[in-house]
Ligand binder design. Sequence first.
Ligand code: ATP
Ligand code: MG
Length: 473
Amino acid sequence: MSTSSHSADGPLRRDPASPSPSYALAVPPQARRVLEVLEAAGYEAWCVGGFVRDSILGRPVSDIDIACSALWRQTEEACLAAGMRVHRTGEKHGTVTVVCDDAAFEVTTFRVDGTYSDSRHPDEVCFVRSLEEDLARRDFTINAMAYHPQRGLADPFGGMEDARRGIIKTVGDPTRRFGEDALRILRACRFCSQLGFSLDPDTYQAMLEGKSGLSRVSSERITAELQKLLLGEHASDAILGTVDVLSSVLPELVAMKEFDQCTPYHSYDVLEHTARAVAETPPYPLVRWAALLHDMGKPGAFFKERSGRGHFYGHAKISVALARGIMDRLTFSPAFRDRVLLLVERHDDVFDATPKAVKRALARMGGDVELFRALCDLKRGDASAQAPGYAEERMRLADDLLRVLDGILAADEAFTLKSLTVNGRDAMDVGIAQGPDIGAALAAALDAVIDERIPNDREALLAFLGKWSRADS
Ligand code: ATP
Ligand code: MG
């Protein structure tokens, strides 16, 4: 895995007035207001977690979480009195959502998690008095920092130094921390992918030793972390660097590791090809899952001819079977799963980059433009992870397919029954019997339009349907 170093001077501004090193992070005015209101009411409140980490690293920040000494009812009372809205989103865990000028913040009471008898949910949470106790229950040092616009950074576990060195390290003993909640093992892999960080050696060792604990973690939580890993900017390094951990939830990866493809088309083993293909696709879930799964069937389909050259005839079908197993084990909507499986099945289909061929492919995909685009993105990513010399031509073909698609869309050309200038009513009017013949006649009309035998013009299509009706009777 790569170790990227982040300069602590990069996105940070040293505050010269402060006696100890402190840094000014950009806290949005609404968050400042919530902190002020809580502190004016006599409590202590800090920005915590992902916001602090991402601000320090100069990455885009998403939501801002606030940790506070107030109990949730006290937070609610103080914020309501200041004219803010409050939603009771997680009172059991001490969390309410405070809305200030349309910006929402999760405000959580300083807490520690109780014992974890099932290594997935704490049996209870205990509210505590000090920020430091709250930070100590957090997973990694880079996630265990707090920031306050006046008081600066609170960093009792060396998160800033680990952020600077690009290291993922647990707060406290990794074996104990992964034993409490095994999901943290996947979270570590996911942060490697998002941040390009390396794993502290002791943390990594404990991940390997504790990975069987993931069998007790819910499939929803595992799926969410895997997806964040797949979408990360450093997904390839993270997959290759943590495959021996990921294999506890994706055992299918094991056969791909170091599987020599024995072909001039490929310079990488199946796993490295896959990891590179993932990273070379644009970061959206549909295509990244398909890229992860597209070649899983290769080890099972491998065939070596006498010359020593490898072939993988029919691997896409085996990949689909393995992918279906994985997706059924994890948590996806049936619609999303089916779209991913279709991409896996079709990833090696050959299309000419001509309007006719693209429209035919679109028609076969039920006119689903986004799915076809994803197929082109997958083909491009797949191609770019092949051997130099072979990759370029196939990448160009995928680019050409996308260009042809854009042309078809710009010209509003027909590739679905709906886009024809005639419909079922017209088919009946020219004498085609109600029932399956209508669909067959319209499909024949669409074929003729796609093949450019007739234009998508109402008169021409009515004549076509009339002829079809007479030929059929
Ligand atoms: P992102 O929101 O980008 O996924 P994040 O770090 O904000 O990243 P969240 O899941 O929103 O992650 O959690 C917020 C904070 O809560 C984390 O930064 C961390 O301090 C703590 N945290 C989250 N999950 C765990 C966990 N399983 N164990 C310990 N601490 C956790
Ligand atoms: Mg978050």
